[in-house]
Design a protein. Structure first.
Length: 139
């Protein structure tokens, strides 16, 4: 049973990475081919319940919204461009402190904000993040 859960979690992480790369590639292509017009980011529906197939409020894909929202975590900007393996125990504890003070409804938005800021989540938190977001989507 544990192997199944770990397999699903791994698949979700890979899917997220693939989607982020595809979105980034698409953005670069649009920037090169663009006509100079700028599209406004879609404003999330404040009544989104998380039960829809695609819900801006619960999506972990950074391509959904371009607006960066801070969750009293501006100090994490110094980790931009670093890999999850490069974090020290103290740095992981810093991510954990912020993560465990978030409301459950803010977890997906926080992860999306980190993605937009090019900040990788420490590996130690990824499984728990996936579980919380998955529970929110099924409830």
């Amino acid at each position: 049973m544990l192997y199944i859960i770990l397999g699903i979690a791994g698949a979700l992480i890979l899917l997220g990475v693939f989607a982020a790369i595809a979105g980034h590639t698409s953005q670069k292509r649009q920037a090169k081919e663009g006509d100079g017009s700028v599209t406004e980011p879609k404003i999330p529906d404040s009544e989104c319940c998380g039960a829809h197939e695609i819900c801006e409020k619960e999506s972990l894909l950074s391509a959904v919204s371009k607006e960066i929202v801070y969750y009293d975590d501006e100090e994490l900007d110094r980790f931009s461009g670093r890999t999850p393996e490069s974090y020290t125990e103290e740095e992981i504890a810093e991510f954990s402190d912020i993560f465990y003070t978030l409301q459950e409804t803010d977890v997906a938005g926080w992860v999306r904000s980190l993605q937009l800021r090019n900040i990788a989540v420490p590996d130690e938190l990824k499984d728990e993040i996936i579980l919380i977001v998955g529970e929110r989507r099924t409830s």
